[in-house]
Each structure stands twice: as C-alpha cells, then as structure tokens.
Design a protein around this ligand. Structure first.
Ligand SMILES: C[S@@+](CC[C@H](N)C(=O)[O-])C[C@H]1O[C@@H](n2cnc3c(N)ncnc32)[C@H](O)[C@@H]1O
Length: 213
C-alpha cells in the first residue's frame, strides 16, 4: 500500500481529529493554545505564518480567522487531512474568502509556497520524526528562508539520546534531548532556544529556532 493510501485509510478509520491526536477536548484545547502562544510571541494579523504539519487545521481554522487574507500557509503530507480540515472545520466559503495557501508534501518542499513566513509553528511534528528527518526539515527550511523568522516547535523531551523507532511515523512517538536538537540546529544554520513547559496536556515541550547570523 502506498503511503498516501495508508494515510487515507487511517484518516477514514480513525477520523480526521483523532488521527492528529485531537480527540475529545484535545481538539479545541491544543488549537487555542497554539494561537495564544503565537499571539503572545508577537504574531499580528499582518504577519505571514507557516503551520508546518498543519494536519486537519486544528490551529489553522483559528489562525486563518486571525491573520489577514492570504497570510496563512499550511503544509502537510496528508492531503486527506487538509481536505477534511477545509470542508469540516474551516468551511469552503471561508476558504475562498480568506485564501489560505496549502502545500501537500512529505519532503519539506517549502519553496512551493508563493511567499515566506514571519512565524512558523510545528505542533507535534517532531514528536513523530527521527532526528535525521528533523535535520532534513531544518536544512530545507533554512535554504528557503532569506530573512528572519521565529520558528516554534514542540517535542517530547528525553534526558539523553533516546532509542527511537528507525523511521518516522505519524503514530509512533519519538523523544529527543535538548542537546541533540541544538546540535542539529547548529549543523543546519539555526540557533535553538529552549522554551520548555507551555502547559501542553501531553507534556510536549517548546523550542524556538531562529536563523543563525
Ligand atoms: C500530531 S499531528 C499534528 C497536526 C497539527 N500540527 C495539529 O496541531 O493538529 C502531526 C502531523 O504531522 C504530519 N506529518 C508527519 N510527517 C510529515 C512530513 N514529513 N511532512 C509534513 N507533514 C508531516 C501528519 O500528517 C500530521 O498531520
């Protein structure tokens, strides 16, 4: 089965909310937390935001409302999540009026967007990626970004290097140490700052990456 078919099968059997870990109260709670965190970090409606691994628009539906028309960029590897997020959460009328941009890619093809972001959030993406894939994503992002950007990413923290599964998987859990993430950032042209606990209900920690000067 292709990875696309596997994704569609999982989304239809689990439902598009549960597929991204947004079952029950986790849908509204973790959506609102992302918007609040970004606004507190200075996100304004005139900024462009990339929702990296936007899933089924748990935060996207709120961010698309908050940002000016055309200023929301969403990238995910699952087309089914984006289609259902637009149809069921955002609504097609708002999609046409607010004009978010979407890219479907599992290879970090950020250059397919028409514009660059001022802010990026990746909520619970690095909890599902190997360190090698995190490094690939940071390398691709860095090659694309020409100015400054604030990139917030959540992760499950390990004290030391952790024995993770060998390949990235949307439903396997990966833990990483601060030291490993900082080293990967350093190798790919980023400076990482640890923000730590942000009251995530599943205890994901927050880090921020900024382009190294
Ligand atoms: C736990 S969900 C979180 C989704 C969203 N950020 C949210 O807060 O609801 C993880 C997401 O990462 C996406 N994903 C996993 N690997 C990816 C990759 N290599 N490129 C883009 N998206 C990926 C999955 O399809 C899924 O939507």
């Amino acid at each position: 089965m292709s990875s696309r078919d596997e994704g569609l099968k999982g989304i239809s059997s689990m439902g598009y909310r549960a597929y991204v870990g947004g079952d029950g109260p986790f849908w509204d709670l973790i959506g609102q937390k992302q918007l609040d965190y970004l606004v507190q970090a200075g996100l304004q409606p005139g900024h462009v935001l990339l929702d990296f691994a936007c899933g089924s628009l748990r935060a996207g539906r709120l961010l698309i409302d908050y940002l000016d028309e055309g200023n929301y960029l969403g990238l995910d590897k699952e087309i089914g999540l984006i289609i259902l997020g637009v149809a069921e959460e955002l609504g097609t009328e708002k999609y046409l009026r607010r004009r978010p941009e979407f890219v479907v890619s599992d290879r970090f093809e950020f250059e397919r967007f028409s514009k660059q972001p001022d802010y990026i959030i990746a909520q619970s993406l690095y909890t599902h990626l190997t360190l090698a894939d995190i490094e690939r994503s940071l390398k691709s992002l860095r090659a694309w970004i020409s100015g400054d950007v604030r990139f917030f990413a959540t992760f499950f923290e390990a004290e030391n290097a952790h024995a993770n599964p060998a390949t990235s998987h949307s439903h396997a859990h990966f833990r990483h140490s601060q030291a490993d993430l900082a080293a990967v950032a350093d190798r790919t042209g980023w400076v990482m700052t640890y923000h730590g606990d942000w009251n995530h209900p599943r205890n994901q920690m927050m880090v921020e990456f900024r382009p190294a000067r």
